[in-house]
Write a protein that binds this ligand. Sequence first.
Ligand code: 5RP
Length: 217
Amino acid sequence: MNQDDLKKQAAEAALDYVEGGVIGVGTGSTVNHFIDALAGIKNRIEGAVSSSEVSTERLKRHGIPVFDLNAVGELALYVDGADEANGRLELIKGGGGALTREKIVAAASRKFVCIADESKLVEVLGRFPLPVEVIPMARSYVARELVRLGGTPVWREGFVTDNGNLILDVQNLEITDPQGLEQQVNNIAGVVTVGIFALRPADVLILGSARGPRAIA
Ligand code: 5RP
């Protein structure tokens, strides 16, 4: 099985958590498999709240209604992928640049089910460059502050988020205190969102593996 097969396996296993209503839906190649699988049971749900324009488009193509988060209140379930996860279900997200809306939908959901292939499980977060969404005029200032925190920020040139902002990918971090670093980076003026999901981690992590899907809760 290749990595994409394992992503699909984890995504399909997440269908077990769908109980109807409006589902929060994340972004990325693993979530694309989830959306495709969700289409097979779309008569059992009311629709979805989406974390990105690209997921919205895919949901609509499948005939799944997409709602504004403001119109639906708290969500029972949010399903999304991750770039890295540790055993405490703290995550790095934002490889696809959708981290801000992902963090909002995760915060507004009672249960966050993270889906990934097993290569995403790590001991210590940080080998994957940490995405930080910043207001354009603050790019250089935020980059200097991230250097003070020990990282090496790299501007994701040519990329603009769905919110009209920029992404800095921070290399060379060993994130031994995910909650602390999430708060520190959040406090830098000009930062919209940092891609550490530790203050609100996942509730369940489903990992696709050659031996079948494994859920950690
Ligand atoms: C997008 C994300 C994705 O969940 C993350 O990048 C994982 O992507 P993939 O499922 O393609 O490996 O955070 O902003």
